[in-house]
Design a protein around this ligand. Structure first.
Ligand SMILES: [Zn+2]
Length: 150
C-alpha cells in the first residue's frame, strides 16, 4: 500500500507528543492502516460493527455524564464512572471538531469485566475503525468490548 502525504501526517499525529502525551499507538510498530485492518477482521469474526460499538459506548457515556456524583449503576448491570478533565482533544485523523477530555470507566457486574474509554475513542472507532495500537493506554480490544458490553 502506497503511503500518501495525508497518511504520513496522520501517522505523525498518532505518535506520542503530537496530539497527546502518550500518543495512540503504544508499542505497536504497525502502520495505522494495518492496525485498522486487523481490528476490522476481528469485528467481523465477533459479529460486531463499529456503529454497534460506538452507539453502545455513547449510551453509557451520556448516561454517566448526566449523573454528576461518582459512579452510577446503569440497567442494573453496569457500574459506570465518568471522570471529566479540562480541555479538548482533536481527531488525529485531521477531522474538524473537538472532543471532550474525559475517562469513562465501566464494570460489568455480572462477569466483572472492566473497560475504560474516552470520548475521542468513540469517534475514532465510529469514523475510523481505530481502536488504538497494542500497548496504548486507551487501546480497546474488540473481544473485551464484546464481553463487557454485549
Ligand atoms: Zn476523525
Amino acid at each position: 500500500m502506497k503511503e500518501t502525504p495525508q497518511d504520513k501526517k496522520i501517522m505523525k499525529n498518532l505518535m506520542p507528543g503530537q496530539m497527546s502525551i502518550e500518543g495512540f499507538v503504544g508499542k505497536d510498530a504497525r502502520h495505522f492502516n494495518q492496525i485498522i485492518y486487523s481490528d476490522r477482521v476481528k469485528l467481523d469474526n465477533l459479529d460486531l460493527t463499529t456503529k454497534m460499538i460506538a452507539d453502545r459506548l455513547q449510551y453509557f457515556t451520556d448516561a454517566a455524564f448526566e449523573s454528576y456524583d461518582g459512579s452510577i449503576i446503569i440497567d442494573a448491570k453496569y457500574e459506570v464512572d465518568y471522570e471529566s478533565f479540562r480541555g479538548k482533544l482533536i481527531c488525529p485523523f485531521s477531522h474538524l471538531g473537538v472532543y471532550r477530555k474525559g475517562l469513562i470507566k465501566l464494570k460489568n457486574l455480572d462477569n466483572g469485566i472492566e473497560l475504560s474509554w474516552t470520548p475521542l475513542n468513540i469517534h475514532m472507532i465510529k469514523e475510523h475503525c481505530f481502536f488504538e495500537g497494542f500497548g496504548s493506554i486507551h487501546r480497546l480490544e474488540p473481544k473485551i468490548i464484546k464481553e463487557a458490553l454485549f
